[in-house]
Each structure stands twice: as C-alpha cells, then as structure tokens.
Write a protein that binds this ligand. Structure first.
Ligand code: PLP
Length: 376
C-alpha cells in the first residue's frame, strides 16, 4: 500500500468560487489565473472547474501550451509577457495575448515577423515598482505600440500592491486614471483582493472607484482556490469561498506518553499531562511547512485538534485528546475538507507557519498523489 497521504482537488468548489468572484464584478469578464500550475493544483485538474472563465492567465509558455492542448480556444494572457524574441513565435502560433511591461518587449515586437497582429496588455507601474512602465513613460509606450503593424488591440493594465490591506488602492488608482483617462482600450486592474474588497459589494468600496476596479477584465487567482486574500481580517468562509484543495492523510501510529515526556526532533514539546499522540503520514517533504509550531490546527476524524512538536520530513505528531477513538488508519485533514465535511482553512495553517495560503498550495510536493473530485 502507498503512504496514505492524498491531495484532492474539488471541481465543484472551483466552479463555486469563480461564480462568487463573478457576482462581485458582474459586468466584467474574468480571467482564471492558473500560473504556477494553477497555484499548485495542476492545470489539467482545475480546467473542468474553470472552463466557464472568459480566459486563462499565466506566466509560463509551457503552461499556455498545456491550456491549448486541453482544447481551450478562448483568450490566454501571458501576465509577464515574453522573455525573449522567439517566444513571440509561439504567441503568434497559439494566439496568446501578452503583457508588455518594458521597452525591450516593444523592441522584440517591432522585429517580430507575423501575419496576425497581437493583442497586448500594456502594463503601468502605478506604484508597486515591479513590472510596468512608469506613469510618465506610459503614453509614449502606448504610442509606440500603436504604430506597430505587429500590434492589434492594446488593453491597459496595472497591478495593486495593497488591495488586501490598509493602504488600499486609492493612490495607484489615481495615478492610473490620470495617465489613461483619454486612452482607448479595455482595462484590467483587479486581483482577488481588489475584486472582493473594493468593488461595490465589498467592505472597502468607494462609489467613485468601484466601477474602475470592476472594469472590463478582473484577474482573480487566490480566491478561485478558496483562500481569503486578506486573512485574518476575513476568512474564506466570510467571503463565501470553499476550499479547492484538501490535503489528507492517516494516523500510522499512536503513542501513549506521560507527563514530562517529549515528542519528536529537538524535544521541543514536553507533555504537561499524560497524552495520546497520533503520528500522521505527512511531513515537510509533502509540502506541510516545517515552520508550523506546536498548536497548528489539524482535523482528526473531522475533529479539530493541534500539532505537537517539530514537523519532520515524513511525519507530524498530533494531540489526540479531543478524539479518544482515534487509532491507526483514522483520517487526518491537514487543510481543506474532511470526509464528513468539516473544514480547516489552508489560511489558518499558513498563518500558523507565518506565511499565506498561496505558498502552501504552490508548495504541494510532487510525491503527493492527487485526485480530482468532480462536482460535489
Ligand atoms: C497572480 C496575479 C494575479 C492574481 O492575484 P491573486 O492575489 O491570486 O488574486 C492577478 N494579476 C497578476 C498580474 C498576477 O500576477
């Protein structure tokens, strides 16, 4: 028998979460962001749940080929654009739309030989200072692109650094709005956090900005995968999102320990009372963070309890006090949904480890077998 660890991808949750985002921006079209192999879920595994999207957005050309291989004929957007000249040949061949964020990418387009002009998304650096043209250079870039026979429609794009937090989006919106006000073309501004928090239905909505936040194309990623972009201020269930990934395993050994005994490497946990400890087949080599401290929540047979001691490569140890019936083979849910439907948000586990749900999803290890649960 293989080790009992398993990841399950929930098609119904993906579909539900995507509809939840659509409800927040009902007049916009929505990209399903499937970069990083669909946030660790596997592009082929999420495709069925997300085929209702208006397009797929990603970074990697190999991933774009995989989306086309699934039979998708609609829009695909390369969020970082091309990395070298010959990437443009693939864009022509597969009809990929691509971001243009720097002069060098315009240079490449200008030398690219193609019969079919490309749809491009011109990115502004409105304050995040990662990708994009500075506001004072943006209009010149637009003019240069617009003059190229290789370019078809130009859409206008930016990305928010603080849509999930207190700084918000006002300053970046003001910059973007001012520079682009009389430029034609569709707009794409909002990630999950902006779409949930700053559109009209959201808690941070401003009547003035909300229509821009929800304009033309929204770009939800993390929310589609059932994680709250602004945890712990809001949880996934606050946002009406369902987990799209469950990581589950089983108890492979039980230890009855006495007060004063310690558990695991470094003996960092010492029992204050007699305890039953469950040993679970899941460790950091499966993608469970080693930085999860004693007290990280975990479900045993759907009952919430805590990890104790250090996470090791192949195992973690959990306190069985609230689940006295637990024994060899009992189900353990590391994140996601238990067989009985009890939920443990990936955000809670990530928070305990000092990180975000994104990193845990993306870090699911290759050795973990994955199954897809159809609509449930
Ligand atoms: C990853 C990404 C998104 C999605 O962000 P989430 O926080 O996961 O919703 C949107 N836009 C761009 C440019 C991205 O790179």
């Amino acid at each position: 028998m293989p080790r009992p660890i398993l990841a399950t991808i929930h098609t119904g949750a993906l579909r539900h979460n995507f509809e939840r985002i659509r409800a927040a921006a009902p007049d916009a079209r929505a990209w399903a962001i499937v970069k990083a192999n669909a946030y660790g879920h596997g592009i082929e595994r999420v495709f069925d749940g997300l085929r209702g999207a208006d397009g797929f957005a990603l970074l990697d050309l190999e991933e774009a080929q995989r989306v086309r291989a699934l039979g998708w004929r609609g829009p695909i957007l390369l969020l970082e654009g091309v990395f070298e000249l010959r990437d443009l040949e693939l864009c022509s061949r597969l009809d990929l739309w691509h971001t243009v964020h720097c002069e060098e990418q315009i240079d490449m387009l200008a030398t690219h030989k193609t019969n079919v002009p490309h749809r491009v998304f011109l990115k502004m650096n409105s304050g995040m200072n990662r990708l994009g043209f500075a506001p004072r250079l943006y209009r010149a870039a637009w003019t240069r692109l617009n003059a190229l026979p290789q370019v078809d429609e130009i859409s206008l794009m930016t990305h928010f650094s603080d849509a999930d937090g207190a700084r918000g989006i006002d300053a970046q919106m003001a910059v973007f709005a001012e520079v682009t006000q009389d430029l034609p073309g569709e707009r794409s501004l909002s990630n999950s956090a902006a779409t949930l928090r700053h559109t009209l239905s959201g808690p941070e909505a401003s009547a003035r900005l909300a229509p821009y936040v929800a304009s033309d194309w929204v770009r939800p990623g993390i929310a589609v995968y059932g994680s709250a972009p602004d945890f712990p201020e809001h949880s996934a269930s606050d946002w009406g999102l369902q987990p799209s990934m469950t990581l589950s395993s089983k108890i492979i050994a039980v230890q009855a320990i006495q007060a004063g005994d310690s558990v695991g490497y470094g003996s960092i946990f010492t029992a204050q009372t007699d305890l039953r400890i469950g040993v679970v087949a899941c460790g950091y080599a499966d993608g469970y963070p080693r930085s999860c401290p004693t007290g990280t929540p975990v479900l045993v047979n759907g009952v919430r309890t805590r990890t104790v001691g250090r996470v090791s490569m192949d195992m973690i140890t959990v306190d069985l006090t609230p689940v006295p019936q637990a024994a060899l083979g009992t189900e353990v849910t590391l994140w996601g949904a238990s067989a009985g439907g009890q939920l443990l948000s990936i955000d809670e586990v990530a928070h305990a480890a000092g990180t975000v749900g994104y990193e845990l999803m993306c870090g699911l290890a290759q050795r973990v077998p994955v199954t897809v649960a159809g609509d449930d």
